[in-house]
Design a protein around this ligand. Structure first.
Ligand SMILES: Nc1ncnc2c1ncn2[C@@H]1O[C@H](COP(=O)(O)OP(=O)(O)OP(=O)(O)O)[C@@H](O)[C@H]1O
Ligand SMILES: [Mg+2]
Length: 258
């Protein structure tokens, strides 16, 4: 499989709980591909379906119809025990166990509200994905905290950290299982512009270092410029892959107004 994602005729609707309002169509027959190399940025108005799309791509949710195929060789390159024999993985109910395994072992997640566990300290928060997989490694977690320059806050609790520091903990946690892909839903949404830039810089640098694909949902209209100008390797290389959602359509490979 050539691409990282091949999405075909994607159909996503949300059924409402009350019987008087209609189901909401989010995407109807949308087809597109996502590259292996570039940084993908998903943009569009509030409520257009950015988080919904991220949930579908990251196997947190399934489409109502259509298909999302993931390049299985790419995502499981360091994980032969996953035993996906086809070159593509498509999430269906029968693949539920595999999908959660992939989420834990091959994907990292970063959210706008950090999603740190308040009663765990910084180190324990970073180690959380390890606990689910039963491979505890404190040294590795400390290394990740070093990468985000938070070694001195190892024993602090989330409430003792600034917003930027919390998001750096979340980045260390997202990286702990050496994921193939990091999904970030508005990672800078709760930060001032200075901290936002630090976080984007860090994400970009670390993803290049670890060869981790980044898929970022953002409202930040400047994101394209921020990404293109701050890391030498990405300057003017066009390695940003825009994904815009507008009027239930998914438009890739071009920047549009929304
Ligand atoms: N679990 C759900 N059940 C029902 N409706 C939902 C659900 N999740 C999202 N929606 C609806 O689907 C639409 C798209 O939501 P989504 O969260 O994907 O938007 P978004 O583009 O991420 O918005 P924002 O920029 O505000 O985060 C919204 O109208 C929302 O109300
Ligand atoms: Mg959202």
């Amino acid at each position: 499989m050539e691409y990282l994602f091949e999405v075909k005729d994607l159909h996503k609707i949300y059924n409402t709980k009350d019987q008087y309002s209609e189901a909401q169509v989010i995407f109807e027959k949308e087809s597109f591909t996502i590259d292996k190399e570039s940084i993908a940025i998903i943009q569009g108005k509030s409520g257009c379906g950015k988080s919904s799309l991220l949930n579908l791509l990251s196997l947190l949710d399934q489409p109502n119809a259509g298909e999302i195929a993931i390049n299985s060789e790419y995502i499981t390159k360091h994980l032969p025990e996953l035993e996906i024999h086809e070159d593509r993985f498509t999430y269906s109910d029968s693949e539920d166990k595999k999908a959660s395994f992939i989420r834990n072992r091959c994907f990292g997640f970063i959210f706008q509200n950090f999603h740190l566990v308040p009663h765990l300290n910084v180190l324990e928060n970073v180690m959380l994905p390890q606990l689910f997989s039963g491979v505890k490694n404190e040294v590795h977690a400390s290394q990740k905290l070093e990468e985000v320059e938070l070694t001195e806050k190892l024993n602090k609790y989330p409430e003792e950290l600034s917003g930027g520091e919390k998001q750096r903990v979340a980045i260390a946690r997202a990286l702990i299982m050496n994921p193939s892909i990091i999904f970030a839903d508005e990672p800078t949404g709760n930060l001032d512009s200075e901290n936002a830039k630090i976080i984007i810089d860090l994400l970009e640098t670390l993803s290049q270092e670890h060869k981790t694909k980044l898929i970022i949902v953002t409202h930040d209209h400047e994101m394209k410029e921020t990404l293109k100008t701050n890391v030498e390797g990405y300057r003017n290389t066009g390695r940003i892959e825009p994904i815009f959602i507008k009027d239930k359509k998914i438009i890739v490979d071009q920047f549009i107004d929304y």
